[in-house]
Design a protein around this ligand. Structure first.
Ligand code: F6R
Length: 253
């Protein structure tokens, strides 16, 4: 476990983008696990800038996204499929056929989850997984519950997640109540994981994930057991761990 602390979200994003580009440069056929939400937006912008400078080539890369809202497709502005197009895919040379997101419009969500699980296996698993963290400690849409879901599944979003994500919709009522998400087990199998967190609103979740017990009530806490995970935090998100005894972190300037 490595913990890197940055003085700003901008510096965090620049560093995260360099790590992603380095992974692709080392392994042109890399499988990237990608996240949506506010947190990775600046990282994707930095990655686009690196790509425009010709310092990374995504032509052979495969991407596998974490999750999608049930009922939304790429035509819906709030869908994660649309988010990825707008915030990354349309601005880099990744082949659209190599980008994968659960189909939120699938008639049979269970079959869609099986398809997604098979896809991850077929692609050889995830080389580098990018994660955000929910204020309730969720990773992907694995919400706090009494077990760690291993595989892709249909999930009822928690009230806290619906509230947190309402900012992307016209009103809270428009937030889909369900999503298809990769399981915690699949995330855990990624060869390397980068968890990005910025802002004070993430401080409690980050503190529980790093210092609390490993419990599915804080899904991100499972990462304490992963052998190759880096938390990239801005100083606000890191505020709960700075003084904690026995926590080793590096401040990156
Ligand atoms: C998004 C995802 C979620 C978000 C989390 C944080 O694909 O899987 O777990 O990473 O909800 O979202 P933001 O970054 O919007 O605070």
């Amino acid at each position: 476990m490595e913990i890197l602390i940055f003085e700003s979200a901008e510096k965090l994003a620049a560093h995260a983008a360099l790590l992603i580009a380095a992974c692709v440069n080392e392994k042109p056929y890399a499988v990237l696990g990608l996240a949506t939400g506010s947190t990775p937006v600046e990282t994707y912008q930095a990655l686009i800038a690196i790509s425009k400078m010709g310092q990374v080539d995504f032509s052979k890369v495969t991407s596998i996204n974490l999750d999608e809202y049930v009922g939304l497709s790429v035509e819906d502005e709030q869908s994660y499929a649309r988010f990825m197009k707008d915030n990354l895919f349309d601005s880099i040379n990744i082949s659209p056929t190599n980008t994968h997101i659960p189909n939120g419009k699938a008639k049979n969500p269970l079959l869609e989850c099986h398809r997604y699980d098979a896809l991850i296996v077929e692609k050889g698993g995830i080389d580098l997984q990018i994660l955000g963290i929910g204020p309730n400690g969720h990773i992907a849409f694995n919400e706090p519950c009494d077990y760690f879901p291993m595989t892709s599944h249909l999930v009822d979003l928690s009230e806290e997640t619906i509230q947190a994500n309402a900012r992307f919709f016209e009103s809270r009522d428009e937030v889909p109540r369900q999503a298809l998400t990769m399981g915690t087990g699949q995330i855990f199998k990624a060869k390397k994981i980068l968890l990005l967190a910025s802002d004070e609103s993430k401080a409690e979740a980050v503190t529980s994930a790093l210092l609390g017990p490993v419990t599915p009530m804080c899904p991100a806490s499972i990462l304490q057991l992963h052998s190759n995970v880096t938390f990239l935090l801005d100083s606000s998100a890191a505020s709960g761990i700075l003084e904690a005894p026995g926590v080793y972190y590096k401040e990156v300037h």
